[in-house]
Design a protein around this ligand. Structure first.
Ligand SMILES: *Cc1c(COP(=O)(O)O)cnc(C)c1O
Ligand SMILES: [Zn+2]
Length: 421
């Protein structure tokens, strides 16, 4: 039995103008605003029930939410495409006890097929590209979006072209290449790659996946909200929930907002959780706009070791502001040193994340220091990518290991020294 695709149309997040969902549209032709995909919630409310959704036999991937996704089932059984999403939630009891937060959880996105949250977006975009009959999908990427597109396109037999800054971490470039995508490294920033990929898509008639441009990426990212609802919120709808999310372009936080908003429209979630955006001090365009009370984003010269959230002009910044303002959350700004400390601290609890993911945890620590929530509140930290993505950053977070000849005396000497330290 195949699930029908829900009826949908586009609505501009800036001006509210609406457009039919007859084909792929990128941004609002009137003012360039990003487009939200609006489902037919009345029809869905009649067809689905929150107590049985998505059903006991639902597959352990984001495809369990097919009924709320505006794309056809892409098939791909027996490939990594069916392993995207349905990621674990950890309680990390020792860390809870140390922080005095008995209701703290971590959602770990590193088990996704290409080891980051971006797989959610790429899976949905590839399904849409296939439905549209697109041969080639192009994207600009700081690394993870490209790796996700390249890996899942390889799994599904679609063609991907990736433009990434030449400075991207080696592990991410290795992923792009090993998955067999067409990879071009740009002598410039992510923002330069972004503009070039849009030009190339227009000139060559390719389908463009770009974050904060293609409306379907948020439809993939929203599935993480559905999972948090199913894994946690559904059982404690009256509690006060806070979710800490790292923000670069702002598409992850916009997508998570969209997922909770969908559930709220369906009447399945009485109150949206408070969304907290976390940015690196050196790449904080959205946070600055938040604190200035502005609706538009002023670009910055981004400088942070957290490459996945290093962005001059956030492409989904306005919706990232909306996500936080509409839910009563806040923005937090963290230093690179705090990010490295967060990597080390999570590592000591068995969780190895890349700097951008650690930023979310550093944001939680900052919020706790300012008593931004009660110890009885429920808190989820979204850990967006694996630490193996950026080994160079990890090595900066820890002291080097001593090196000795293969000799017991030497071993005892360094062990004693470590013990004294
Ligand atoms: C892309 C990414 C982010 C930030 O997401 P945006 O949509 O750019 O805000 C955070 N962490 C990781 C690991 C990412 O790959
Ligand atoms: Zn508009």
């Amino acid at each position: 039995m195949t699930t029908p695709i829900p009826t949908y149309h586009y609505r501009c997040s800036r001006c509210g103008r609406e457009y039919p969902g007859d084909r792929l549209r990128y941004t609002c032709p009137h003012d360039g605003g990003n487009l939200d995909i609006i489902l037919d919630y009345d029809a869905l409310r009649r067809e689905l029930s929150p107590s049985t959704f998505p059903g006991p036999g639902a597959e352990p991937s984001l495809w369990r939410y097919q009924a709320l996704l505006p794309v056809p089932d892409p098939g791909g059984h027996g490939t990594p495409l069916r392993r995207v999403g349905w990621t674990p939630i950890y309680a990390l009891p020792r860390l809870r006890a140390r922080l005095g937060l008995p209701h703290l959880w971590f959602k770990d996105e590193s088990p996704n097929p290409t080891a980051s949250f971006k797989d959610r977006a790429s899976a949905i975009v590839l399904a849409h590209a296939r439905q549209q009959g697109a041969d080639v999908v192009i994207t600009a990427s700081t690394g993870n979006a490209g790796a996700a597109l390249a890996g899942l396109a390889a799994a599904s037999g679609q063609r991907a072209v990736i433009l990434a800054p030449a400075t991207a971490p080696r592990a991410k470039i290795a992923q792009l290449l090993i998955y067999g995508a067409r990879v071009v490294l740009i002598e410039g920033t992510y923002d330069d790659a972004f503009d070039l990929s849009v030009q190339a898509a227009q000139a060559l008639g390719w389908y463009c996946r770009n974050t904060g441009y293609n409306p379907f990426t948020a439809e993939g990212k929203k599935t993480a909200a559905f999972e948090m609802w199913e894994q946690l919120l559904r059982d404690a709808p009256d509690a006060r929930w806070h979710i800490f999310i790292p923000v670069g372009d702002g598409n992850i936080i916009s997508g998570i907002y969209k997922g909770f908003w969908d559930l709220h429209q369906l009447g399945w979630l009485p109150q949206m959780p408070r969304l907290h955006g976390v940015q690196a001090e050196g790449s904080a365009a959205v946070a600055r706009a938040f604190f200035a009370g502005a609706d538009r984003i002023t670009p910055v010269q981004a400088q942070t070791l957290a490459d996945s959230i290093s962005v001059n002009l956030p492409r989904d910044g306005e919706r990232a502001l909306r996500a936080v303002r509409a839910t009563g959350g806040r923005y937090w700004v963290v230093s690179d040193d705090a990010i490295l400390a967060a990597m080390r601290e999570l590592g000591h609890h068995g969780v190895f994340v890349e700097p951008a993911a650690a930023a979310a945890y550093a944001g939680l620590r900052a919020a706790q220091a300012e008593a931004a929530f009660e110890p009885t509140d429920r808190v989820i930290v979204l850990l967006t990518g694996s630490g193996l993505k950026d080994v160079a950053a990890a090595m900066q977070a820890v002291p080097p290991a001593p090196q000795i000849p293969p000799d017991l005396d030497a071993l005892q000497r360094v062990l004693a020294a470590a013990h004294d330290a």
